[in-house]
Design a protein around this ligand. Structure first.
Ligand SMILES: NC(=O)c1ccc[n+]([C@@H]2O[C@H](COP(=O)([O-])OP(=O)(O)OC[C@H]3O[C@@H](n4cnc5c(N)ncnc54)[C@H](OP(=O)(O)O)[C@@H]3O)[C@@H](O)[C@H]2O)c1
Length: 334
């Protein structure tokens, strides 16, 4: 399976490390890296260039030192100029217009390539059109890594939805804010909790998408579209982030033996897609602490299923990307 990899940050590099170690099943799937790209540009991977050399180049100054460096190219040209089967997108999420990934997705689909993405941006902006275009062209878009890091919220939801429609989803979809809220419950200030999340690698350098609820909103939009036949974009979501939270409310919740959580909700009945801080009881299944995520799926027959798991982490997310790659409809060994 020939890959073009966009993004060599925490997730992209973790994916390369996993591919280098070849510790996955089915281990006989052959991956061939054809190009890598980051903000500096694009390098074609010449035969004979090892993953170790790519990792070393990135860590010691840049991919410009690789033999296949293509001067003056940007990510889009990695898709248009390089022959590959799959576009793997591990670039930074852009919730304004989804670019440059959205343009890359369109080019990849036009060329008949499959797409595996950890980047929520293009799907949060234009998921319906991407999936429909891919379907018309006969290609596949997999996005298991966009929600829940390594915890398979999308795949689990598909199983729940296989016999009865999902009519409601509700839960915590952002590990960074859940960690901060948990620490605040323990008496730590928001600033210190954010600093802890940063230094442990949980929070990004710029955590504003997490704090403002954008990340949680993108995830509930992707889930509703993938599992409930919706056509939302992030602009349809009612979003209140942690930054809009009244500190006094958290103290009040604690004094009542309850917790303040950043809750994402999809409800079919009135078409609600929303993110907002909510007071939840300790017996609520989605009341998980630390960096955990939890989502309850309610089906039309009244059943409820809750999945709990770690929400973020570069290695877990890279494994989710790999899981999606392995599930693409390619013959084993290709
Ligand atoms: N880390 C996690 O736990 C996690 C979990 C779930 C989903 N995700 C998603 O996975 C994606 C990657 O996350 P990450 O943590 O690996 O991010 P990261 O460490 O910040 O890396 C982002 C990579 O994207 C590249 N990039 C950014 N803008 C670009 C552009 N315009 N053209 C080409 N390359 C560009 C950067 O290039 P440079 O190296 O040159 O800066 C960098 O290599 C994000 O969309 C994130 O939301 C991450």
């Amino acid at each position: 399976m020939k890959l073009v990899l966009l993004g060599l940050g925490q997730v992209g590099l973790s994916l390369l490390e996993i591919l280098q170690q070849k510790r996955f099943n089915p281990g006989n799937t052959k991956f061939e890296l054809k190009a890598v790209a980051d903000t500096t540009g694009v390098a074609e991977i010449k035969s004979g260039t090892s993953i170790a050399e790519i990792l070393a180049a990135k860590k010691s100054g840049g991919i410009q030192s690789l033999a296949g460096w293509l001067p003056g190219r940007r990510v889009k040209e990695a898709v248009t100029e390089i022959h590959a089967d799959v576009l793997v997108d591990c670039t930074t999420t852009n919730f304004k217009d989804g670019q440059p990934s959205l343009g890359c997705f369109n080019e990849a689909i036009a060329k008949g390539m499959d797409i595996v993405t950890a980047n929520k941006g293009p799907l949060a902006i234009n998921m319906k059109n991407i999936i429909e275009a891919a379907s018309r062209r006969g290609t596949t878009v997999r996005f298991g890594a966009t929600v829940g890091g390594g915890t398979p919220f999308i795949d689990f939801g598909r199983i729940c939805a296989s016999t009865y429609e999902i009519v409601e989803m509700r839960g915590i979809l952002n590990g960074t804010t859940n960690y901060i809220l948990t620490r605040m419950d323990e008496g730590v200030s928001m600033e210190s909790a954010l600093e802890e999340a940063r230094s442990s690698g949980l929070a990004e350098t710029d955590p504003s998408n997490d704090l403002r609820g954008m990340d949680s909103a993108a995830k509930i939009v992707i889930l509703a579209n993938a599992l409930c036949g919706c056509s939302y974009s992030i602009s349809d979501a009612a979003i209140k982030g942690m930054d809009a939270m009244e500190p006094a409310l958290q103290a009040a919740a604690k004094s009542q033996g309850r917790s303040m959580k950043l809750i994402s909700t999809y409800r079919r009945e009135d078409g609600l897609v929303a993110v907002a801080p909510e007071i939840v009881s300790l017996s609520d299944h989605v009341n998980v602490s630390g960096a955990y995520n939890a989502l309850t799926y309610r089906t039309a027959d009244g059943n409820e299923y809750t999945l709990i798991g770690t929400g973020a982490g570069a290695t877990e997310t890279a494994r989710a990307v790999l899981r999606d790659l392995l599930s693409l409809p390619h013959p084993v060994g290709e």
